[in-house]
Design a protein around this ligand. Structure first.
Ligand code: PLP
Length: 429
């Protein structure tokens, strides 16, 4: 499935496109995997691969030889296994998810061998019931809250759950298998923050408790095979060595920096998404002419306005109105007035711009404004910028994954896929 540039499947008339550079994605994956070795890299593909399109991301992961994949929700895990293969005996990849509610039906996930976070005490009963109904073990990662305050067992909850796990192992052997233990860090983007050390110390204590449990109750899992994972992008790129045997990395795969004030290029990463649009109209307007709803901008002099396709329905943040820039013919031009649902206005003065020119809305900082810049303009962060690029924006893969550097690490043959990921699938979200 790798080695060829996938066909572009935009509907005719598509103006705003997000090019997804598969070669850059493979490069980033390999760069991060090399940095954290010998720890394994779990590529986090939640939120439609952070807005980049999950099918393209899957191809890149395969090209880079990655077999550990994570998503947040159960529907995301089901979608991912539709692409990878639903039969865990055939599928090469591990798939982990960690977000569900007390009503979520976990049976199909257990049937597919999807690994699931044990995120709160009552979820144990839910997982055990799903395992019984599915007729196979629920493979779980004990999720520990070491300070972030989101889901996961506190130390006290973990102590209370351990006897329950022992009872479950005795009452329904083979129902629950503990595969891993995980936690999530709150301040890893702040280098050498004391809170990270505190969280990791609490995590170590939790890991010891679970290893002890597995030592007593081998039916619950192999203590030596326990996968221990805590690091996200900022931790994977700043801690040396990374804690545990695996890191869960999302943002940085896509070539974005998790650190304020550090560019992706300084981390050896290449932004994967470029959002391209076009100039729809160019016209001369007199001094005093207003721009967009509310007429909050008025031209100070006789000038020219260029209209560019792309607005907040495409995920261009309206909050960036009055600050944002777009690149046309290599030149940054100011977005003036409010960003509307579908379009925005540039005050181009006497810059050379013509109808039909390409406008780069989002680029690597040189080709066009970076996700970090858009984040700053919108009082937000690069994570939000890329994950919000809307479903109307066609994702167009460019660059063959296998063309990036050497061939994929493991020489294992490509496993059969239940559903070959379709390239350029513009719906993928
Ligand atoms: C999103 C997420 C990650 C990935 O975080 P990044 O900062 O994008 O690398 C890892 N673990 C959990 C639990 C997450 O929710």
């Amino acid at each position: 499935m790798s080695g060829t540039v996938p066909p572009v499947t935009c509907y005719p008339g598509t103006v705003v496109r997000a090019e997804i550079d598969s070669a850059a994605l493979v490069h980033n994956i390999r760069t991060i995997a090399a940095r954290i070795a010998p720890a394994a890299l779990m590529c986090v593909l939640k939120a439609d691969a952070y807005g980049h399109g999950i099918a393209t991301a899957v191809r890149a992961c395969r090209a880079a030889g990655i077999t550990d994949l994570g998503v947040a929700t159960v529907p995301e895990a089901l979608q991912l296994t539709d692409l990878l293969g639903t039969d865990p005996a055939v599928r090469r990849e591990r798939v982990l998810c960690w977000l569900f509610d007390s009503d979520t039906d976990l049976r199909e996930s257990v049937r597919r061998g999807i690994e699931i976070g044990l995120t709160n005490p009552p979820a144990l009963g839910q997982l055990a019931a799903a395992a019984q109904a599915a007729g196979r073990a629920a493979r779980i990662h004990v999720k520990v809250d070491t300070g972030l305050g989101r889901n996961g067992l506190t130390a006290r909850q973990l102590r209370a759950v351990i006897p329950e796990l022992e009872r479950t192992a005795a009452a329904a052997p083979g129902g629950i298998e503990i595969v891993g233990i995980m936690t999530h860090l709150a301040t890893a983007d702040v280098p050498s923050d004391a809170a990270t050390a505190e969280q990791l110390a609490k995590f170590d204590a939790a890991v010891r408790m679970v290893r002890d449990l597995l030592g007593r109750r081998p039916a619950l899992g192999n203590p030596d095979a326990l996968i221990v994972h805590a690091a996200n992008s900022p931790a994977a790129l700043s801690l040396d060595p990374v804690p545990g045997s695996m890191a869960r990395v999302g943002l940085s795969l896509y070539g974005l920096s998790p650190f304020e004030g550090t560019a992706a290029s300084e981390l050896g990463l290449r932004p994967v998404m470029t959002v391209r649009s076009r100039v729809l109209t160019v016209k001369a307007v007199p001094a005093g002419h207003g721009a967009s709803y509310g007429l909050q901008y008025r031209a100070e002099r006789d000038t020219r306005f260029a209209l560019v396709a792309g607005g907040y329905a495409d995920g261009i943040p309206r909050a960036a109105s009055g600050r944002a820039e777009v690149t046309v013919r290599g030149r940054r031009l100011p977005v003036v007035g409010r960003i509307a649902m579908d379009q925005m206005i540039l005050d181009i003065g006497d810059a050379q711009v013509e109808i039909g020119d390409e406008a780069v809305i989002l680029g690597d900082g040189i080709t066009g404004p970076s996700a970090e810049e858009w984040g700053a303009w919108a009082n937000s962060i690069n994570y939000e910028v890329v994950t919000r690029i809307g479903p109307r924006v066609a994702r167009v893969p460019v660059g063959a994954p296998a063309a990036a550097g050497q061939t994929a690490g493991p020489s294992a043959p490509e496993p059969p896929t239940a559903a070959e990921p379709t390239a350029g699938d513009p719906n993928a979200s």
